[in-house]
Each structure stands twice: as structure tokens, then as C-alpha cells.
Design a protein around this ligand. Structure first.
Ligand code: SF4
Length: 435
């Protein structure tokens, strides 16, 4: 039995696509092995969102080539899509497939074996018309599953390479969403996370008035679903319908990840983001007024070209007001091919580091304040199978995305319990199971 090993860099969408590709190899009789083992095929699903993502991708590609010179090394994902020539220049790479045609990956690998010459299957992503609907073959034994329902983005934020890697908007048909969600629930998953490159744009490319709320309803209609969580969304795409669904159905988790990206209007404009700070704050307040204890988390880029120290201080002041439950902070990463890469007033790396640290400190304080609100309160925690760090401690997430640790055992994993939150612990809270 031929052996195949995978490594994935980047976002939930990439992780989902790796699982789909793993299924394609399993169906063709390949054995899954871990990436540090000798394999006949190595697949690296790459990321291009930052230059670090690309650097790590190249390092892992070279490691695979060193691990087994005879192996077929196949490179997929965003970096392969935007820079196939760079990948092709790495001696030992046999197959390059970007962000589409992954359904052909096994054939392309076997073609490379028989023809003993490299295969570059990357095509013009801007011409892509349909969502690549590859059914999941086998659902790995976990508690939470990602389900990709949307592809592509046409927002062209000036710092972002993704529209060039992922192409135009494409939505997964509703029937396919129901089919895959049913499969995941039947396989024992307790939480499904809907994900996409531009999730809030779901349905915009489809005839007829289909929206993300329709996709959410399609999954909520499936018997046996315990929890449904939404991946990252643009704040301006949170519809009243979606908020109403969140209020009506407890299974739809009270957590929204709404990238802010900058805390200054001049920077937001230069990023081609389509809201002002006042508009963003109004949106968040409207959601908070309707859904108690909802968690709002966010992404923010610091050190965007032209961001002066005053503008950065505006961002700190705005974030102080917004009380995010969790923040991902990124130093601006210059992506060649994006407009911002050519902007004047690039911020020096040292200064970016200083700003990341200041924003990180603030983010940690705000996260602690958010969790503190639930001290001595009972919340439902879905304990996860994939997270056992030692025999007597289990952990999982609340609906509003607080990581909770408690005394427990393997038999409690994959199940939901009411937990009394008692104290801060690690990156979350410690609690006692009360039911
Ligand atoms: S919305 Fe902006 S940041 Fe998000 S993927 Fe699209 S272009 Fe990139």
C-alpha cells in the first residue's frame, strides 16, 4: 500500500481542503502516515497570507524532499496558486496544483510517477466559475469539524493576496451543504464550523436570493446537530436574519469573529475596508444589545504603510473601547502583487514589533476581562477528543468560545456538560462540572 503524508499551513479552509484531499488518497488505497515518516507521496497545502507563510511552506517542501528523494512531492494551496514558478524552481517538486482541481490530485501524482517529469496543473484562478464540491470521504475522529461552503473573494483589500489566490466568489450548493453536514453529524461530530474565504458573501454568486442565513438554516435543520459555529465574517455582512437565527436557536454559537483590521479611519480607507470606526462600533453594539454575553473576536493588522504613531494610538484607544473577547494581531506583511506593497511610508520592522507587543498586551487584558465576566457562572462546555493533554484534565469550548479546563476522563470527551467557571487557567478558565 503506497503511503502518503500531509502538512497544512494557514486557515480553516486549508485544513478542510487537506481533509478532503486525504479522503481522495484513502479511496485510492493509500495509507496515511505522519509527515516525519518515510512516505511515497508528500502533499504540502501551502499558505500565502504572509511572507512567513510562504517561507514556512518552502522549508517544509525542502524537508519532504530530503526525507525521501524517491517520493512524489506535491504542492497545493495559495502559495502554489500565486507563485507556481517559485515552487517549480525548488528542485524535487513533482506536482503543483493551486487552489482548484484538487479532485485530480491523486491522478496528477500518479501521472508524475509514471511520466517521471513534474506536473504543473495551476490554471488561471480568475476564470474559475464553480465551487469545487469534493465530498468528504472519511471524517477523522474529532469533536469539531470544519465545513467549507464558500470560495473566493472580490473585496481586494489593499494588503491582501487572497483574491489573487482564490479567485471570484463561488458558493457550495445548499443540497451539498446539507449532505456533508449530515455526514459529519452521522460520523459523531458535535460541532460544525462553517467556513469560507469570504463567508459573508455566501450565495452572492448564485441566482435567486440565497444568503448565509439559508446555509445556516440548512444545517440547523439536520437532526442530531449539537452546535453550529460561524467562521470569520465581514462585520458589514451580519444580517438581521442571521442575528434573529442566533437569538432563536441556542445551537448557533453566540460567537462572531469580525475582523476590524485597523483602528483608524485613514488606515481603514487606505486598506479599502468599507466601514468607518463609528459604523463598525454601531454594528457591534447592535449585536451586543440583542444577544447577551456574545463573544466578539477580531483580527487587526498593525504597521500598515502610512500608519503613524498617532493613528496607532487611535487604534489602541478604539480597541480599549470595543472589549473584544479575543484578538489575532498581525504585523503588516508586504505581499508583492497587492497595492499596499507599493505604498510609501512602509513602517520599519522594529516599530511593527513594538506595536504588535502593545496591541498584544491590550488584547490579553481584554480577553481576561471578558472571561472574568463569567466567573462563578455556569456555561455549557463541549469537551474535545482532540485535546487530552494529561489523563485527568479535559478541555473544550463554551458557545461563546472560552476555553475551559476541568477534571475529567476520556469517557467525557465529545460530550457537553454544564460547568461552573471558577478561576482563570492557562489560556482560559478552570471549572467544575456540575451535571
Ligand atoms: S475580505 Fe479582504 S482581507 Fe478578507 S479575504 Fe477578502 S480581500 Fe482578503
Amino acid at each position: 500500500m503506497p503511503r502518503v503524508a500531509f502538512t497544512t499551513l494557514g486557515c480553516k479552509v486549508n485544513q478542510f481542503e487537506t481533509e478532503v484531499m486525504e479522503g481522495l488518497f484513502k479511496q485510492r488505497g493509500y495509507e496515511m502516515v505522519s509527515f516525519d515518516q518515510i512516505a511515497d507521496v508528500y502533499v504540502i497545502n501551502t499558505c500565502s497570507v504572509t511572507h512567513l507563510g510562504e517561507k514556512k511552506s518552502r522549508q517544509i517542501i525542502r524537508r519532504a524532499i530530503r526525507l525521501n528523494q524517491e517520493a512524489v512531492v506535491a504542492v497545493a494551496g495559495c502559495y502554489a496558486q500565486v507563485s507556481p514558478k517559485e515552487i517549480e524552481a525548488i528542485e524535487g517538486v513533482k506536482v503543483i496544483v493551486g487552489t482548484q482541481d484538487r479532485h485530480r490530485i491523486v491522478d496528477l501524482v500518479e501521472q508524475a510517477v509514471t511520466s517521471s517529469c513534474s506536473v504543473n496543473a495551476v490554471t488561471n484562478i480568475m476564470k474559475a466559475e464553480h465551487f469545487e464540491d469534493i465530498p468528504l470521504f472519511e471524517a477523522p475522529g474529532r469533536t469539531r469539524a470544519f465545513l467549507k461552503i464558500q470560495e473566493g473573494c472580490t473585496n481586494f483589500c489593499t494588503y491582501c493576496i487572497i483574491p489573487y489566490a482564490r479567485g471570484p466568489l463561488r458558493s457550495r450548493p445548499l443540497a451539498s451543504i446539507s449532505r456533508e453536514a449530515e455526514k459529519l453529524i452521522a460520523a459523531g461530530f458535535k460541532e460544525i464550523v462553517l467556513t469560507g474565504i469570504h463567508l459573508g458573501a455566501y450565495g452572492r454568486d448564485v441566482e435567486g436570493e440565497i444568503t448565509l442565513a439559508d446555509a445556516v438554516r440548512a444545517v440547523l435543520d439536520i437532526e442530531g446537530l449539537v452546535r453550529l459555529r460561524l467562521g470569520s465574517l465581514e462585520s458589514i455582512e451580519i444580517s438581521d436574519e442571521l442575528i434573529a437565527l442566533m437569538k432563536q436557536d441556542d445551537r448557533l454559537c453566540s460567537h462572531l469573529h469580525l475582523p476590524l483590521q485597523a483602528g483608524d479611519n485613514t488606515v481603514l480607507k487606505a486598506m479599502n475596508r468599507h466601514y468607518t470606526l463609528v459604523e463598525y462600533q454601531k454594528l457591534i453594539n447592535n449585536i451586543r444589545n440583542q444577544i447577551n454575553d456574545i463573544a466578539i473576536s477580531t483580527d487587526i493588522i498593525v504597521g500598515f504603510p502610512g500608519e503613524t504613531p498617532e493613528m496607532f494610538n487611535n487604534a489602541l484607544a478604539f480597541v480599549e473601547k470595543m472589549n473584544f473577547s479575543r484578538m489575532h494581531i498581525f504585523p503588516y506583511s508586504r505581499r508583492s502583487g497587492t497595492p499596499a506593497a507599493e505604498y510609501p511610508d512602509q513602517v520599519p520592522e522594529e516599530e511593527k514589533k513594538r506595536r504588535v507587543q502593545l496591541m498584544q498586551d491590550l488584547a490579553e487584558r481584554k480577553a481576561a476581562e471578558f472571561q472574568q465576566k463569567f466567573l462563578n457562572k455556569e456555561l455549557t462546555v463541549l469537551f474535545e477528543m482532540e485535546s487530552q493533554k494529561n489523563d485527568n484534565i479535559i478541555d473544550g469550548l463554551t458557545e461563546n468560545y472560552i476555553r475551559v479546563y476541568a477534571s475529567g476522563n476520556k469517557g467525557m470527551q465529545g460530550k457537553s456538560y454544564r460547568v461552573l467557571l471558577q478561576k482563570p487557567y492557562r489560556d482560559g478558565m478552570w471549572g467544575e462540572i456540575v451535571d
